[in-house]
Design a protein around this ligand. Sequence first.
Ligand code: HEM
Length: 141
Amino acid sequence: MGEHVAEPTGHNPEPSGNDQSLYDRVGGMAFFEVLVDRFYDGVVNDPVLAPMYPAEDLPGARRRLTLFLAQYWGGPAIYSDERGHPRLRMRHARFPIDDEARLAWLGHMGRAVADAGLQPREEAEFSGYLAAAAAHLQNLP
Ligand code: HEM
């Protein structure tokens, strides 16, 4: 019962005719580091989300999300080297992710993406992916 490749949490197949990954187009690892830092600044102050995150290991949590997103979008496969197969549905099963939690998560990430000032094409591609991935990870109504 693994995740198949078409699911939004697997590896992203680059559209054909596109010679540069989104990872390269947005500026590489530094982009994902800044994005995830901004995202977590919102999460730690969020009454719904903060209790789910490991207060004793926030640097680790930042690192895992940064490396996952970078890898998904065509960067180095450091996430898989460190964590193995993402299996994000399974890894999120112990968190109560309902509509409220999903929308809170997307809200913080949406603000971080907006602050990043991406070109419209990259912003649309990235935001669409995040919304689909979050829907895929929701596990409560
Ligand atoms: C829908 C709302 C979501 C909630 C409430 C949520 C919550 C969490 C929590 C509490 C953790 C544990 C933090 C840690 O120790 O690493 C986590 C881990 C993680 N999340 Fe989410 N998440 C959500 C959506 C997403 C989405 C959309 C993605 C990907 C696009 C994602 C990717 C990850 C990754 C890569 C990890 C680390 C997995 C690991 O290697 O252990 N999450 N999430």
